[in-house]
Write a protein that binds this ligand. Structure first.
Ligand SMILES: *Cc1c(COP(=O)(O)O)cnc(C)c1O
Length: 224
């Protein structure tokens, strides 16, 4: 087995207090997750509903599952009963559906709004203007079963660390703007989810509170 425990310890040692680790376990087998679990890791990130369903059914109950991928509205109902956080919400339509399904389970689901700042075109997420508009419109305030806990983004996948830093600092400044404007009284709006295997040390310098790290802990993903 890839040296999961040792890698996990190394990543954790890099994280200052106040920065949490989401261990991104998509495409990795249960043994790998259990190795991390035995080291004390409880928060895992998955991005496919079917895979998450199997893992949730067979792994310990006290794992907190974060859905980190693009979520189709027709899949929300399957994860709503148990998901801890949905990290990549990028439309009002999805937010409404999460609210509806959370209500059926009698839950309030924590979510992050995903920003599109990277220059790559294929990425999902709200532009800064679209995010401003979504929050300004105010409909989200009526959704009793979702709680917006912060922002998530992926920086461009590039070698240029200055570009990565620029994008993350943009996200960080935008967080401060939204916090001041809409969430000044909400302690729960506090999460800045940026940083992956190749850029989490930069993310930590750019105000991240939650890094999502897969490959550095579990090794290369094996796609079916
Ligand atoms: C897969 C994935 C990650 C983890 O990527 P690594 O490079 O393996 O650390 C982080 N965030 C999201 C949204 C992902 O889909």
């Amino acid at each position: 087995m890839y040296n999961v425990k040792e890698n996990l310890r190394k990543v954790l040692a890099d994280l200052p207090e106040g920065v949490r680790l989401v261990a991104v376990s998509k495409y990795h087998p249960n043994e790998y997750l259990m190795a991390a679990y035995e080291e004390g890791q409880r928060v895992f990130g998955e991005s496919h509903e079917q895979e998450l369903k199997q893992k949730h059914a067979s792994l310990p109950d006290d794992i907190e599952w974060h859905f980190i991928g693009h979520l189709q509205t027709n899949k929300v109902k399957y994860i709503a009963p148990y998901i801890s956080m949905i990290e990549a919400v990028d439309s009002m339509k999805l937010l409404r559906e999460i609210n509806k399904q959370a209500a059926k389970s009698n839950r309030v689901i924590d979510v992050l709004l995903e920003l599109h700042i990277a220059e790559e075109e294929t990425k999902y997420g709200l532009t800064l203007d679209a995010c401003r508009e979504l929050l300004a419109a105010g409909e989200w305030r009526e959704l009793q079963h979702v709680r917006i806990c912060g922002l998530m983004m992926m920086a461009s996948y590039v070698e240029d660390t200055e570009q990565i830093r620029r994008e993350m600092m943009t996200a960080s400044a935008f967080f401060d703007e939204m916090k001041a404007r809409y969430f000044a009284d909400e302690d729960s709006f506090c999460e800045r989810s940026w940083g992956m295997s190749h850029d989490y040390p930069i993310a930590v310098e750019c105000g991240s509170t939650m890094v999502r790290v897969g490959t550095t802990i579990f090794g290369p993903r094996v796609y079916p």
